[in-house]
Design a protein around this ligand. Structure first.
Ligand code: GAR
Length: 197
């Protein structure tokens, strides 16, 4: 799993693997930022926790090469981005095997700069009546690629970024395990840029 922050998404996946809800195992966690909660959560779970710091690399190609080198010995079947805030160029061998979760209904409220509370602030500022979460296969753009699952939540009168984030987060915690389990069962097919199962 790739992350850059607190790691609540990682924790949910770890818990789902532990409970058997997902028939998979987290074999390594790579963070693009040092000292984040996600690395501590990985260590507590006994999962190798690696740092490939974005700031230590001059550009996306150099960072992407370092990331690929860190992943290689672990031979992951699937790479899951879980609050991973850095762009990387996905190596050919991982095409169709990298997922991302985004706390909105893409293609709305996503892309560069749309992460964490910025997303929910933008949804509220636009007066949108629904938001939600999306799990998608990743390509080489932020929050972009074939959509696997989406689930909507209402935006309620009086919502704050915090209250909307909490509602979306509940849905994120359902959606990512479902998508990973579909992948584990070999049920996801990408055709003409879209995902079916
Ligand atoms: C999650 O809400 C995830 O959907 C979002 O970052 C959060 C990570 O939380 N991802 C994006 O915004 C991607 N554009 P966490 O660090 O506690 O897992």
């Amino acid at each position: 799993m790739l992350l850059s922050g607190g790691g609540t998404t990682l924790q949910n996946i770890l818990d789902c693997c532990q409970s058997g809800r997902i028939d998979a195992r987290v074999i390594a966690v790579v963070s693009s930022r040092p000292g984040v909660g996600g690395l501590a959560r990985a260590e507590r779970a006994g999962v190798p926790a690696l740092l490939v710091e974005r700031k230590a690399h001059p550009d996306t190609p150099a960072f992407s090469a370092a990331l690929a080198a860190a992943l290689a010995p672990h031979k992951p079947d699937l790479v899951c981005m879980a609050g991973f805030m850095s762009l990387w160029t996905i190596p050919e061998e991982y095409q169709g095997r990298v997922m991302n979760i985004h706390p909105a209904l893409i293609p709305a409220f996503c892309g560069h700069g749309f992460y964490g509370h910025h997303v929910h602030e933008a949804v509220l500022a636009a007066g949108a009546k629904v938001s939600g979460a999306t799990v998608h296969f990743a390509d080489n753009q932020y929050d972009h690629g074939p959509i696997i699952l989406q689930r909507a939540v209402p935006v309620l009168e009086g919502d704050t970024p915090d209250s909307l984030a909490a509602r979306v987060h509940c849905v994120e915690n359902e959606l990512y395990p479902e998508a990973i389990q579909l992948f584990a069962e070999g049920r996801l097919v990408i055709e003409a840029g879209a995902c079916a199962f």
